[in-house]
Design a protein around this ligand. Structure first.
Ligand SMILES: [Ca+2]
Length: 406
């Protein structure tokens, strides 16, 4: 198991409003500065290789994925086990591989984990040789968290970028975050694979949010348009790497990073089109049929309301250069003080944490920047202790403890 390191420092925060030039800032008053939490950061787990996602059981067991290694668990007593994935795991997946951006990504615990011990991961597989696919795979753990068994692949046909093209190597834009909703269904974010036609395709499971039962069947009420795969909940996405469930009302939001502009947060509505359509069109002819990088926020928008007038309106767009928006989670509990109920969003290229206030209608009304240590923020998950756990690409999982401001 990885060595644990425990360093600590106090992080400072600024209430810097950012990036809201495309919408009026707020009807909600900003909280008094003294109600802003002070955050203390420590390195909870180090020595990891590209950690990608984090999930907790209520007993404090922390599951985490590493892109090329697979699924592991860290127990509250500090011991751990490599459960599923590469050689050395309790359950080896010989079809699992990592390539380019892809590898073992999202992890989620079954809502009934306490009784059924089921854990779900998102990963590429070569069981289908050409094209290879991304899958959502379920395994079952023993009581001691030391062994995984009973693999069941619940979704086997999520689009994977099998070969490179003019826009990047194979494995790009797989999406990969998975989260259960309050409704008990699993939400699966997928990516466009640098394909012009996938996001609006009614049948190819890339550039989508899927919503399925724990056995992978289409969830009732997905409201996909006629002719669509019934597992599709929303479509027209670029690369869904953040999914957040709002505890107060169960609303689901996604965070996506834009091509070279327009990172977006979007509240999901069943059957909705998020408006990304990077295919050739009159006046544009793009290498390999993908125009995702051929334009700007006007000519190749992340939400194209000219082509799709009823597209889902983003909750928030940064309105400028993309800074690599990735994971997102709602902070909840009194310990977060004025940030209770706000959406934390991790920025990878921009190497910071953003704190968004999202009203009940789903609109972002103010944006703060948390002045934490710069890093590529890959995963955000609140633990059962009420603290925020952050995976960063540099190979660490941080614990962020809020305390009253001064
Ligand atoms: Ca959009």
């Amino acid at each position: 198991m990885h060595a644990l390191r425990a360093t600590s420092l106090t992080a400072l925060f600024a209430t810097l409003a950012l990036g809201c030039e495309d919408r009026p800032i707020d009807t909600l008053p900003l909280p008094p500065a003294t109600d802003t939490p002070t955050l203390t950061r420590s390195v909870f787990l180090g020595g990891l290789s590209s950690p990608w996602d984090i999930a907790f059981h209520t007993d404090g067991a922390m599951f985490f994925t590493e892109k090329c290694r697979g699924l592991s668990v860290r127990l509250p007593n500090g011991t751990g086990h490599h459960l599923f994935g590469s050689a050395g795991a309790s359950l080896v997946a010989s079809d699992f591989f990592c390539e380019g951006q892809s590898g073992m990504h999202g992890v989620a615990l079954d809502p009934l984990f306490v009784s059924n011990r089921r854990v779900y991961v998102f990963m590429p597989s070569n069981l289908n040789a050409s094209p290879r696919t991304n899958r959502v795979v379920r395994v079952t753990l023993n009581e001691g968290y030391s062994a995984a068994s009973e693999r069941l692949d619940i979704v086997t046909d999520i689009a994977f970028k099998h070969v490179g093209n003019a826009h990047g190597g194979s494995g790009a834009h797989s999406g990969g975050r998975i989260r259960f909703g309050n409704d008990g269904y699993l939400y699966i974010g997928t990516g466009d694979n640098h394909s012009g036609t996938i996001p609006q395709s009614p049948t190819v499971l890339g550039g989508k949010v899927l919503r399925v039962t724990p056995f992978g069947q289409a969830a009732p009420g997905n409201n996909a348009p006629a002719g669509f795969d019934p597992r599709i909940y929303t479509y027209g996405h670029r690369n869904v790497q953040g999914i957040a469930r709002r505890p107060s009302d169960g609303a689901m939001f996604v965070a996506e990073h834009g091509p070279n502009h327009s990172d977006e947060v979007t509240r999901l509505v069943a059957g909705g089109n998020a408006g990304w359509d990077p295919q050739n069109r009159p006046g544009l002819s793009c290498a390999d049929g993908y125009c995702g990088y051929a334009g700007n926020a006007t000519t190749m928008p992340m939400t194209d309301v000219t082509r799709f007038p009823t597209a889902l309106t983003p909750s928030w767009s940064n309105g400028g250069a993309s800074q690599g928006m990735g994971p997102a989670t709602f902070l909840h509990g009194d310990q977060w003080r004025a940030w209770d109920g706000r959406l934390a969003v991790g920025i990878m290229g921009g190497q910071r944490l953003m704190i968004l206030t999202v009203n009940t209608a789903g609109t972002t009304t103010d944006v703060l920047q948390a002045m934490l240590t710069p890093a590529r923020y890959r995963a955000l998950t609140q633990g059962p202790d009420g603290n925020l756990y952050i995976a960063v690409d540099a190979g660490e999982i941080w614990r962020i403890v809020p305390s009253p401001g001064t």
